[in-house]
Design a protein around this ligand. Structure first.
Ligand code: CU
Length: 334
C-alpha cells in the first residue's frame, strides 16, 4: 500500500543522477589534469587508464548481475542437486580462472608495452632531486641549477633522472606523464614531453612530511627558440650587485644564508636549500607555497616558518636596517 504523501519515483532516477554527475566530473577532468594528456608519454598512460576504466566497469557490472542472480536462486529438489553442482563447478572454473586470465593477460601485455614505450631516452637529461619540501633541478650538460621549475622545449622528449637522499617522494605532473617515485638509493627515470608551450603544475604525490602539500613544481614548456634563450640566461652566473645597497645585501647574504644556499658567481655554495642564482625569475617561493613578490619574499626571509611551518629553513634574525638591502639583492637575481 502506498503511504499518503509519498512520491512515486522512477527507479532509474537516482542512477541517472549518478551517471549525469559522473559525466560532468569526467568532462571537466578531460580539459586539464590527468585526463588531458598534453604530451606523448601522458597519452600512452591515458589510453591505458581508459582501457582499465571501461574494462573495470564491465567486469563490475557482470559481477553484480551474477551476484544478484545467485541471491535470487530458488532451492532445487534433491534429484536436481547433481546438475546444479555441475553447473556451479563450471561457473567457478569459467568465472574464477578462465575469465580473469582472458582479461588480465592482455592487460599485462598492454601495461608492459605502454611502460616500455615511455622508457625511450630523451635527447636532454634533467636531474631532479627531491628534498623535504622542494625540488632541486639540475641541467648537467649546461651546468644550470635551479629549483621547483623544470624548463623544457616543446616537442622533445626530456629524460628526468629522479633521486632523493632523505625520504620517498613522488614526481607527478598529471598533464604530462604518470607518477614516478623518488626512492633513496635508486635512480628512477621518467620521460616527459609537452606538445605546446605552457606551464604545467605538478605535485609531490607521496606523503613526505609536514609540508608535503606545499611541495609543488612547475614544468614550463617553451618553443625551442625561447628555450635556447632560457638556457643561455640561466647558465650565466648571478648578476653582480648593482650599487652599494645591493652590495650590502650580498654581504648580509654571505653572513647569514650562504651556508645553505648557493649563488653561482659569489662564494656562496650551500647545498641544504635551493640554488638562488636566478631566484628572482622564478614564479613562486617555497615550491609553489606563495607567489614570488617583494612582500612575500620579505615575509619569507624574516621568518620562513610563518609562511611554510615545518619547512627546513629556520628563522634567521636579520637586523631591520639590513633586510631591505638583502631583499634588493635577492630581487636583482634575475
Ligand atoms: Cu611529498
Amino acid at each position: 500500500v502506498r503511504r499518503r504523501g509519498s512520491v512515486k519515483r522512477h527507479p532509474c532516477g537516482a542512477l541517472c543522477w549518478v551517471g549525469l554527475v559522473s559525466l560532468l566530473v569526467l568532462s571537466a577532468a578531460c580539459t586539464s589534469g590527468a585526463f588531458a594528456g598534453k604530451g606523448e608519454s601522458a597519452r600512452g598512460g591515458l589510453m591505458l587508464t581508459w582501457v582499465l576504466i571501461i574494462l573495470g566497469t564491465m567486469v563490475y557490472a557482470v559481477t553484480g548481475i551474477v551476484a544478484i542472480a545467485a541471491l535470487r536462486r530458488h532451492p532445487v529438489h534433491e534429484e536436481a542437486l547433481d546438475t546444479r553442482e555441475r553447473f556451479d563447478h563450471r561457473m567457478i572454473l569459467a568465472g574464477g580462472i578462465v575469465l580473469p586470465a582472458v582479461i588480465l593477460l592482455p592487460l599485462l601485455v598492454l601495461n608492459i608495452t605502454t611502460l616500455a614505450a615511455q622508457a625511450h631516452n630523451g635527447r636532454m637529461t634533467v636531474q631532479v632531486e627531491g628534498f623535504q619540501y622542494w625540488w632541486n633541478v639540475r641541467y648537467p650538460q649546461q651546468g644550470i641549477v635551479t629549483a621547483n621549475e623544470i624548463h623544457i622545449p616543446t616537442g622533445e622528449r626530456v629524460r628526468l633522472e629522479l633521486v632523493t637522499h632523505d625520504v620517498i617522494h613522488s614526481f607527478w605532473v598529471p598533464e604530462l606523464a604518470g607518477k614516478r617515485d623518488l626512492i633513496p638509493g635508486r635512480r628512477n627515470v621518467l620521460v616527459i614531453e609537452a606538445d605546446r608551450p605552457g606551464t604545467y603544475r605538478g605535485q609531490c604525490a607521496e606523503f613526505c612530511g609536514l609540508q608535503h602539500a606545499n611541495m609543488a613544481m612547475f614544468v614550463i614548456a617553451h618553443t625551442p627558440g625561447d628555450f635556447q634563450r632560457w638556457l643561455r640566461d640561466n647558465a650565466a652566473p648571478a648578476r653582480v650587485p648593482g650599487g652599494v645597497g645591493q652590495q650590502r645585501g650580498l654581504d648580509t647574504f654571505m653572513q647569514n644564508c650562504a651556508g645553505c644556499h648557493a649563488v653561482r658567481g659569489t662564494g656562496a655554495d650551500g647545498q641544504k636549500g635551493p640554488d638562488l642564482t636566478h631566484f628572482a625569475s622564478r614564479r613562486t617561493i617555497g615550491a609553489g607555497t606563495v607567489p614570488n613578490n617583494r612582500g612575500r619574499l620579505g615575509g619569507w626571509v624574516a621568518n620562513a616558518q610563518s609562511t611554510k611551518p615545518g619547512s627546513l629553513m629556520p628563522p634567521i634574525p636579520i637586523p631591520a636596517d639590513r633586510l631591505n638591502d638583502l631583499l634588493d639583492y635577492l630581487e636583482s637575481l634575475r
